[in-house]
Design a protein around this ligand. Sequence first.
Ligand code: ZN
Length: 77
Amino acid sequence: MGRKKTHEEFIQEVESLVKDEYSILGNYQGTTTKIKMKHNVCSHEYIVMPSSFLQGNRCPKCSKKASQRIISNLFKK
Ligand SMILES: [Zn+2]
């Protein structure tokens, strides 16, 4: 109801999306204030806007790897 989301609510939202795959290292200060996150699968720490994370933006290291895999699959064909 126009109320600002709290840090705890952000944590819960992230947990419901990715379980324990990501850790929130920074302090949540709003959807567009960048926050430090950690991808526990690859241990990569990075800074992301909460709003883009909630929209499906994930670990840049792994998404890069994933797109490289797609490209190499294309070349194999
Ligand atoms: Zn990762």
